[in-house]
Design a protein around this ligand. Structure first.
Ligand code: PMP
Length: 453
């Protein structure tokens, strides 16, 4: 018997549940993750995308040769594009400028057209991606707007696949489901199935600050004052999609952009699970709720997508630092301990022998040559060595004979990362000016030391 799939769509679902070890070691109970980046489109959304296409076909809304239109941040688009490839449809996706460029490029790679709209407009604004997607589906002949937010095939997919898989894989032992919530399809559909099996299972939705879902859940009121732009991707909403049935959700927990991002990086490093942003937020939300758990609980987190879509974002140190998510190490951090120490310098008229003596006395390799508080050049142990070796007589001469170009001068607040481009083979140091205008030196050795700290 051959074991060959007829097409990529047959590989959707049946993703593994993996125990979280190091990252969950402080928990009183077992914590596991349903890692849905194992789907062919690298996210949980493959499940609902295929289901939406199948239902649209059954209902006659999607006909042969038709065009699938959707407002998508990427993952749903990927699932729809895979279905479109296999089934012979065209795809047009409308997304926002907040989403990573990689996501749009990936969608184009699988044959879709991608239209990017501004993020910070209300859903009813004609420029919003909701409005543009709706308009295109009316204008383009034989087009079908999927509308993952209000299309109940979304949660139905999870009722039919994600829920039963979790029930079977945990042998019915699951006590808690933890899941980030966007359209609400994943959490509601999965919870509907699981609570049918065991109504005591607790379902915790993880939301982000800036989304109105948590406040809506708590009060039943839509309050736009809770809505503000946020950086997290894929979950949280500024309206309440029809896929929600709040009766199946027991708690909503909000997390910050920063903590979600940092946690995603930890999951990758500590568990070897290279997940997307929302997986970090999901686990961070659970950490915030840890004291509600007991010894015999079995918590299942859903990790929605893969980290490869975020390499330019949460997995990029520079991006993290620019948003204040990662501590920026600056020149100040390096020279802080010696800010009161005077910089060792030499004057152009001093002899080479005097420089050698200074280098010996202070155990230093790089000395700026200064006159009238102006840098005239520099001397280095390496340069000195070569010149003195070929002509020991230069000892008595002034350093004018061995002077090298001046070091670059940078501000004290310059991030250490920037120094990498300034300190190289020919230039062993930079000078830093502090708030008082005094100079300090940073060498290759200082940087290595500070990075190792
Ligand atoms: N995380 C990511 C990365 C997603 O793409 C989505 C889907 N928008 C979610 C979480 C939330 O899932 P759902 O829309 O089913 O609530």
């Amino acid at each position: 018997m051959m074991n060959i799939k007829n097409n990529v769509l047959e590989t959707i679902g049946n993703t593994p549940i993996i125990r979280l070890n190091k990252i969950a070691k402080d928990f009183p109970c077992n914590v596991v993750a349903k890692v849905d980046y194992f789907n062919p489109g690298n996210s949980v959304k493959d499940r609902m995308a295929l289901k939406m296409v199948e239902v649209a076909e059954q209902e006659g809304r999607l006909k042969p040769g038709g065009t699938i239109i959707e407002g998508t941040s990427g993952n749903t688009g990927m699932g729809l594009a895979l279905a479109a490839c296999v089934k012979g449809y065209k795809c047009i996706f409308v997304t926002t400028d907040k989403q990573s460029k990689e996501k749009a490029d990936i969608l184009k790679a699988v044959g879709a057209e991608v239209i990017v709209c501004p993020t910070n407009v209300l859903p009813e604004d004609p420029k919003s991606y909701y409005s543009v997607a709706k308009r295109l589906s009316q204008e383009i002949p034989n087009a079908c707007y999927m509308n993952q937010y209000d299309n109940l095939a979304n949660r139905q997919a999870h009722y039919e696949s994600t829920g039963p898989e979790i029930w079977e894989q945990t042998d019915g032992q699951i006590t808690h489901l933890v899941c980030t919530a966007g359209t609400g399809g994943t959490i509601t559909g999965t919870a509907m199935f699981l609570k049918e099996k065991n109504p005591n299972i607790q379902v915790w939705a993880i939301d982000v600050y800036g989304s109105l879902l948590t406040h809506y859940y708590q009060t039943g009121k839509i309050d736009m004052s809770y809505v503000h732009p946020y950086i997290s991707e894929g979950f949280g909403e500024d309206f309440v999609p029809k896929n929600y049935d709040m009766r199946y959700i027991d708690h909503f927990e909000q997390v910050t952009d920063k903590e979600g991002a940092i946690m995603a990086r930890r999951i990758a490093k500590e568990e070897g699970l290279f997940c997307g942003y929302s997986a970090g937020s999901c686990f961070q939300g659970l950490v915030q709720l840890k004291n509600r758990l007991k010894k015999n609980d079995l918590v299942v987190c859903i990790f929605h997508d893969h980290g490869s879509r975020y390499v330019g974002k949460i997995y990029n140190d520079q991006w993290m630092m620019e948003r204040g998510f990662l501590e920026v190490k600056t020149c100040k951090d390096i020279i802080n301990g010696r800010i009161h120490k005077k910089l060792i310098t030499v004057a152009p008229q001093q002899t080479v022998a005097a420089v050698v003596a200074l280098m010996e006395k202070y155990d230093i390799e790089h000395i700026p040559v200064m006159a009238d508080n102006q840098m005239k050049g520099a001397v280095s142990e390496g340069g000195l060595f070569i010149k003195m070796f070929s002509n020991p007589e230069i000892k008595a001469q002034t350093i004018a004979t061995i002077i090298e170009p001046s070091y670059p001068v940078v501000d004290i607040a310059t991030p250490i990362e920037k120094l990498g481009a300034l300190i190289n083979k020919t230039n062993g140091a930079v000078l830093v000016t502090d708030e008082k205008g005094d100079y300090h030196i940073i060498t290759k050795y200082d940087i290595l030391q500070s990075l190792g700290r």
